[in-house]
Design a protein. Structure first.
Length: 159
């Protein structure tokens, strides 16, 4: 069997000698996180999506939240010191991050953007995030994700 090609996210983890779990699945195009979790068998609560938002100042921010929840835009803006934050347009995802929709990982973007993980992540030793391409999920320790991204934890989801 051919050796799987590494994504930027995987290369970063390898370089830092951080252990991670890879889960691959067949998928031709974007599917949401709920469907990905159904396919991989990963619990919804431990599956997180990566959302990139732009602040009123023009800065970009990365928010990592459970797949079944939405970002509370007011709370997210407060955490990053912005008046407002809005999702970037789908057509801009690759330009801003280097990734495509459905394969956007908080690790290995074109630039290091301020990153915030929802506080619900801290109840798990490991969470599952996109591995940097459609059909690839990575299980990584929360403490390692926070360290690599320079991220912080905050309550950024709406109930």
């Amino acid at each position: 069997m051919a050796k799987e090609s590494k994504t930027n996210a995987m290369r970063i983890l390898d370089r830092k000698k951080i252990m991670y779990e890879t889960i691959t699945y067949e998928c031709e195009e974007f599917i949401d996180g709920m469907h990905s979790a159904d396919i991989t068998g990963v619990p919804y609560e431990q599956s997180f999506k990566t959302l990139v938002m732009e602040g009123k100042s023009g800065g970009y921010y990365v928010f990592v939240v459970p797949i079944a929840k939405e970002v509370d835009r007011k709370a997210a803006a407060r955490v990053v010191g912005e008046k407002t934050v809005d999702m970037i347009h789908v057509k801009d995802i690759c330009t801003v991050t280097g990734y495509i929709r459905g394969g956007c990982s908080p690790l290995g973007m074109k630039k290091a953007y301020p990153t915030v993980f929802d506080t619900s992540a801290e109840q798990f030793e490991k969470i599952y995030i996109s591995g940097g391409r459609i059909g690839l999920t990575l299980g990584v320790a929360v403490k390692d994700l926070l360290q690599i991204t320079g991220g912080k934890l905050a309550d950024i989801t709406s109930s």
